[in-house]
Design a protein around this ligand. Sequence first.
Ligand SMILES: Cc1ncc(COP(=O)(O)O)c(C=O)c1O
Length: 365
Amino acid sequence: MRKISTPCTDPTPLFRHGGVLPNHRGSLLDFSASINPLGPPESVLRVLRHELSSIAHYPDTDCRKLTKRLAALHQVSPEHVVVGNGSNELIYSIARAFRPKRVAIVEPTYTEYLRASLLIGAKVDHWLPERGFRFRPFLPGAANLVWICHPNNPTGDMWASSWQLSRWVEAHPRVLFVIDEAFLSESAQRWVPRSLIPYMERRPNLIVLRSLTKSHALPGLRLGYAVASPRLAECLRSQIVPWSVNCLAQSAGLAALEDRDYARRTAQWLGESHSMFRAGLQELAPHLKPLTSRANFFLIELKTLTSDCLTARLAERGFAIRDASNFVGLDRRYVRMAVRTPADNSRLFGAIRAIVAEAAPCPAP
Ligand SMILES: Cc1ncc(COP(=O)(O)O)c(C=O)c1O
């Protein structure tokens, strides 16, 4: 791993993400945000319709029922759990609660860690793998907090074992490690054994973040949570804006966690579609090269065309993908694509085939 100095000190322009706005003119098939393509569970939609009138009341600011249910899911006591308005609220609350003077970010990764850290005036060390975007342990030096995205957005990389990662956390007891498992969900099952949550009780310097917005297709409703020692959880809770998790999001969370059929269908979809997506991308060689991914998206290296050109040409054909050139450590050779249903994926691959065969090809990166 090598350290690079802060390429950016202004948090303002950093908020750039995938995702198509609902009122976007013309409909784009969205491969830019990595959301469960099965859509929100029917059980959640039913609860939302039924409980619409609850918005006449303030929500439970402590999210007691949901906290209890999440604690039971992870076999910890409720003092370990903090619910937030999406895991993004928790990222900003962590920065405010612990006010690290210096942070380390393993790049390329989700840009909100950088933005949240800059907003509280922290100095930032960016750590980049030497080659291949594979995580390796490093000495955090003067950093008081390390942000790790696991699996990592946008590379899809995970540590070979959770035990190895937890040993690294254990070796630096004075550093706070935030492991963002927003893309690791019980309903996706496949990579859940690599979660750090089972180590949390023995690692007092560890906070694990989870999100329900991707796994259950609820990004517009906003729901995430943190699991940490009671001391860290209490400190984090003190920074959450009162009533930030609305009544509907709390009820939706409870319904989502009960829906075993949705979890089963999600696991089945990802099991089938992930390897098909990878195989489909490999067939687009030599133009595209996917990295190994342990998440519901792939980072793709473009060999014969640039990220902006491919993104624009796909948009003309009705597809949104994520131009990944603004991630620290990446450039115009990279795009990220979410795994959708087999039918949607085939349509995307058909469009890419047509683009690379076009008479006026995109410029090479
Ligand atoms: C790695 C990662 N963490 C956290 C989030 C925030 O998710 P949410 O606030 O919807 O839970 C995102 C959103 O894209 C993400 O990519």
